[in-house]
Design a protein around this ligand. Structure first.
Ligand code: LIP
Length: 258
């Protein structure tokens, strides 16, 4: 039996839309950079947006904790933990590329039970409760039925942080030779939702964090797709992800020649 998480989903959607509207209004304004890393940026807006979301989620469900890209609120041992990425696609956002989203998932006793991903620039709100259907602005979603790599549109990232750069580039070249197009959007959550909507067919990336894909995972699985996560050993929250429409021979396609 599906648990009824509709009250939680309603609050997640309200929080994601509120935060998304704040980000859309701030899109063209100058932005404060809190930290500049080799391949990433941390904005003050990441923090401000997580705070807005946390306040709304905690006002509605005070006993639920929040694990977010910008830190934790409450006990991580709580039965119910929201998993939040306030801006998935921070680098896009900073450079003025209108591809980013707000991502909110709920995990209950270690199991993901709902997801909401909101793209404020297109006013697209993806939602799902595990065990039910996935929706985009209320309309039911299904993954593509493409079965051949030759007709697939695929996101493939390659390792930058972990010394696997060379292998990553070989894998990138190997996949790009097989598919119709490679597209790298710069936002994991939106890309996985695009697979749920049949716009993309697969997504492969290393060194991804739980908050980057948790909400989109529920949406994709409810739309008929699949996602595999392999923790990298350093943390149970970071690892590699393969997401696909469930029909492509993605594992065979990833095998590198000897
Ligand atoms: C980003 C991901 C993106 C990945 C970046 C980063 P952030 O999340 O969604 O796809 O390539 O390394 O993790 O930091 O913008 O929330």
């Amino acid at each position: 039996m599906t648990e009824d998480y509709s009250a939680e989903l309603k609050v997640a959607v309200e929080a994601a839309r509120f935060a998304g509207e704040f980000l859309r209004r701030s899109f063209d304004a100058p932005k404060t950079v809190n930290a500049e890393l080799a391949h990433d940026l941390k904005l003050q807006l990441d923090k401000d947006t997580q705070l807005l979301i946390t306040e709304r989620l905690r006002a509605a469900f005070p006993s639920y904790s929040v694990l977010g890209e910008e830190g934790e609120t409450g006990q991580m041992t709580a039965d119910a933990v929201w998993i939040v990425d306030p801006i998935d696609g921070t680098v896009n956002y900073f450079y003025g590329i209108p591809l980013f989203c707000v991502s909110i998932a709920l995990q209950v006793k270690g199991k993901l039970v709902l997801g909401c991903v909101y793209d404020p620039m297109r006013d697209e709100c993806y939602t799902a409760i595990a065990g039910s259907v996935a929706r985009l602005n209320g309309l039911e979603l299904k993954v593509s039925s493409r079965r051949r790599m030759a007709e697939a549109v695929v996101f493939i990232g390659h390792g930058r942080h972990d010394g696997s750069g060379e292998d990553g580039i070989r894998r990138f070249a190997h996949i790009s030779a097989q598919v119709r197009k490679i597209r790298i959007l710069g936002t994991a959550a939106l890309t996985i939702c695009y697979i749920a909507a049949g716009r993309f067919d697969a997504y492969i990336e290393n060194r991804i964090n739980l908050w980057d894909f948790a909400a989109a995972r529920v949406i994709l699985e409810c739309a008929g797709g699949r996602l595999e996560f392999l923790p990298d050993g350093e943390s149970s929250h970071t690892g590699s992800v393969i997401a696909w429409n469930g029909a492509l021979p993605i594992h065979a396609a990833l095998q590198l020649p000897e």
